[in-house]
Design a protein around this ligand. Structure first.
Ligand code: BV8
Ligand code: ZN
Length: 249
């Protein structure tokens, strides 16, 4: 892949930013070996559309299949590590006066790279809770499960309800505080980096738009060229782990 030249306007916008927003999707974890939603899922789940599995209806209809899918993803996340993209974002947080990190991802790779404040619009795979009484649980044991094994979700000690992944499913509202903080940052920032997201899922996908509409410089980093509007929006075609370190100057 030819080396993408980062426009000077982008380098300057990042380095001069008073308030930089970094908005990430599954692509920022791809180089850590975490499959994105649009990659073909492997094994048992390749026959399912993630959009069909990531819903409360699917969980109530097939609790073992959905719980098994998340346990497989969680086990995978316990084995992967942050990549240069995550590390460059943590480094940027040290350098700019103010950085707001907003992620659609449910992994903890930003936190493990040193970003202490992360707005998780779609929750966390590491924060299970009771489907009925919403009591929060911790993962203590790491149940060894064979690849593609269906396992039943544990039961709540308090009400015997099924324990569910702590993520936001399709058709579920995003956490109010996360939404408010994310959109306020998009309104206030002077530069927004949109990294590794196909921009298909709402309302998260509106965040770069809100930033562009109030005059911020918006930079998309994605191996797929992204549609840009106006002179203050850029599409850098390439891998996040390769392009982000070049923004550090
Ligand atoms: C809501 C957690 C309302 C779970 C996720 C029609 C019918 C029904 C619903 C809707 C509809 N139209 C719109 C909706 C709303 C729906 C929606 O947007 N649907 C879409 C699919 C049409 N949204 C919702 O339902 C949301 N809730 O609207 O609630 C409401 C209000 C009040 C009260 C009640 C209800 C909830 C959406 C949240 C869903 N949960 N995740 C889990 O993780 O399992 S979304 C999930 O998918 C991810 O979190 C992520 O957000 C999304 C995947 O998107 P990306 O992150 O962009 O990943 P993707 O694979 O798509 O793309 C990766 C990109 O990376 C690619 O572009 C690729 O080129 C790039 N890439 C690859 N490698 C690299 C790279 N880039 C850089 N470097 C690399 N190396
Ligand atoms: Zn309960």
């Amino acid at each position: 892949m030819a080396k993408t030249k980062v426009p000077t306007a982008v380098i300057e916008a990042v380095q001069k930013a008073r308030h930089l927003v970094v908005f990430t999707g599954a692509g920022v974890s791809a180089e850590s070996g975490v499959p994105t939603f649009r990659d073909a899922l492997t094994g048992l789940w390749s026959q399912f559309d993630p959009m069909q599995l990531a819903t409360p209806q699917a969980f109530l209809r097939e609790p073992s299949l959905v719980w098994g899918w998340y346990e497989w993803r969680r086990q995978l996340l316990l084995q992967v590590k942050p990549n240069p993209a995550h590390r460059a974002i943590a480094e940027l947080a040290q350098r700019v006066p103010k950085l707001t990190l907003i992620t659609q991802n449910v992994d903890d790779l930003h936190e493990r790279s040193g970003n202490s404040e992360v707005i998780h619009l779609h929750g966390s795979i590491f924060a299970p809770r009771c489907f009925d009484c919403t009591r929060a649980y911790q993962f203590t044991d790491v149940p060894q499960m064979e690849q593609e094994q269906e396992i039943t979700p544990p039961r709540c000690e308090h009400c015997q309800g099924m324990i569910r992944p702590g993520v936001v499913w399709f058709g579920e509202a995003l956490p109010e505080h996360a939404m408010q903080a994310a959109f306020a940052a998009a309104e206030d920032c002077d530069c927004l980096l949109s990294i590794g997201t196909s921009g298909m899922v709402q309302p998260a996908a509106s965040i770069p738009l809100v930033a562009a509409q109030q005059g911020a410089t918006v930079v998309h980093i994605n191996p797929e060229p992204m549609h840009v509007r106006g002179t203050e929006e850029f599409s850098l075609v390439g891998l996040a782990g390769v392009l982000l370190p070049t923004l550090l100057g």
